[in-house]
Design a protein around this ligand. Structure first.
Ligand code: URA
Length: 215
């Protein structure tokens, strides 16, 4: 390599190092920066577990990629599997009402699930399925960097908090994890079966609003 060429390369490297120091990482690495869209594309045809054989499609998640508040549920059900969107069935309608009660719209928040594929017959997720899918959820959380995550129900709360404590004991209290405050509450499907507990869930949502400065 000529002296001029190696000098030019050294100068370019110096500029990139400076950019890196200021956080312009996508230029330095030369790699494509990961986005929610690129992550979704990566797992569009995911076959990491057997649910890929029975699902209609992967239900990645939806909402504002810069949301301050993220909801995490369990797994897609029948309607979600058909439409490719999270929480669009009966439980989803209640979740929409819960979001609206917080003076937000679905488009303001981000909604995802522990599992991206529907378990057949809406059975509970298996521990191996949760473990296999968890890195995708973690990458979603890292990309969105919400201030608060509302964990909907036992599977989301226990998965995010890495505990087996029942949801009835976890709900109502924030746990901070990696700079994100996690609030477990009851799953909307549970609330449809147990409407008396809606008032407890509302307390949890109000605690989130307080944390977000909107109450
Ligand atoms: N229940 C969930 O946990 N997630 C959905 O997307 C729908 C129902």
């Amino acid at each position: 390599m000529s002296d001029a060429r190696s000098e030019a390369l050294a100068a370019a490297r110096q500029i990139l190092e400076t950019e890196k120091a200021f956080g312009v990482s996508e230029i330095v690495s030369g790699e494509k920066k990961e986005t929610l869209a690129s992550l979704e594309a990566e797992f569009k045809n995911c076959a990491l577990c057997a649910l890929s054989q029975t699902r209609t499609q992967v239900v990645f998640g939806s909402g504002n990629p810069r949301a301050g508040l993220m909801f995490v549920g369990e797994a897609p059900g029948f309607d979600e599997d058909r439409q490719g969107l999270p929480f669009v069935g009966a439980a989803g309608q209640l979740l929409t009402k819960m979001i609206q009660a917080m003076k937000l719209r679905r488009e303001d928040v981000y909604i995802a699930n522990c599992l991206k594929c529907r378990p057949p017959g809406n059975r509970n997720p298996l521990p191996t399925e949760i473990a296999t899918c968890h890195p995708i959820l973690q990458r979603q959380i890292q990309l969105i960097r919400p201030k608060v995550i509302c964990a909907l129900g036992k599977f989301a709360a226990q998965t995010l908090l890495k505990t087996e404590t029942p949801i009835s004991r976890l709900r109502g209290r924030f746990v901070e994890q990696g700079g994100v405050k996690i609030m477990p509450t009851f799953h909307p499907a549970y609330l449809l079966r147990n409407p008396a507990d809606k008032k407890l869930a509302w307390e949890d949502l109000k605690a989130i609003m307080k944390e977000m400065g909107t109450l």
